[in-house]
Design a protein around this ligand. Sequence first.
Ligand code: IPM
Ligand code: MG
Length: 359
Amino acid sequence: MAPSAWIREQETEPSILDVTTRIALIPGDGVGPEVMAEAEPLIDWARSRGHRLETVRLSYGADHYLSTGETLPEEAYADLRDGFDAVIFGAVGDPRIPDGRHAEEILLRLRRGLELTVNFRPCQPLPGLSRQGLHLEVFRENTEGAYCLQGSTEPGRAVDLAVHTEVAVLRLLEVAFARAQARGCALTLAHKANVLKHGHGLWVRVFQSLQAAHPDVPARGMHADALLCALVQDPAPFGVIAADNYLGDLISDLTAAFAGGMGTAPSLSWAPHRPFRCAVLAEPVHGSAPDIAGKGLANPVGMILSTALLFRHLGWESEAETVERAVAAAMRDGARTRDLGGSLSTAGMGAAIRDRLSG
Ligand code: IPM
Ligand code: MG
């Protein structure tokens, strides 16, 4: 390399290293703030290990909506999109807002607006839970399908449209194929193309085109109803499952049940094509669980493992592994919240995990 080029590289390196990762924290509703409180110390811990990062807490959610009428204001959304690198999201949903308008305008808006096409929902039972050795991963398209929120209600008739685009389907399936290839495992596409001929027909066509390009990946499509039956009977043969938004929502709750239930299931959504600075969002699979909110009953593991997935996505592999090992060690030592038959509170479980961060 020419010396001048080498010098330029030396000069630009520090500024690259100096970049601060900006993370927006949106605790949201119900148990969201409680589980977020157990993720935040992990961010401080990552900072103590030398990562330059800044967090900003945003209070959008049911309370904010009910007191101000605001869901996610346009300026706040634009600031998130252009001024942050990542979002950590707690949960959204509140019985005082039965039509879920704020959920739509906050969480679904972020997923769709930031083009977070890929939603990754892994299922690997933690130590002490049943179905040890299972390693299933759901890749859910996260921005369209039945979640396009187009439709109408008329007297005696209601319509929900599902819009699927080749661009988004291809983006999701390329990631799923690459992952199955890297893991050397089977890839299954969940669809109902026998009925949803247009939308799921497109999924099958795109899937088949990628199959031709990945002859080494054992890939097949399955009707989603038959897939659910096969999963319940024996999930072991499945490795990676790809699905549209609606089917992926359903399938990932089922796979969460294989690995201890909703409390432990993590997820990460990202935009593989990085259209905006903010291109990744971590959130547990569970919802806001208003019935147990504020009681210290929520399991923070799903949120903590989602934070580990975010660390990995940001390139902080050592921090991701350390957090995942700490969760496994706490479980091995018998630390359990009530949903798993234990007696620890949300904060107690978070502390048990943090106590094991070093080793
Ligand atoms: C999920 C949730 C959301 C969804 C709700 C809260 C809108 O169930 O993340 O799986 O349906 O995607
Ligand atoms: Mg769901």
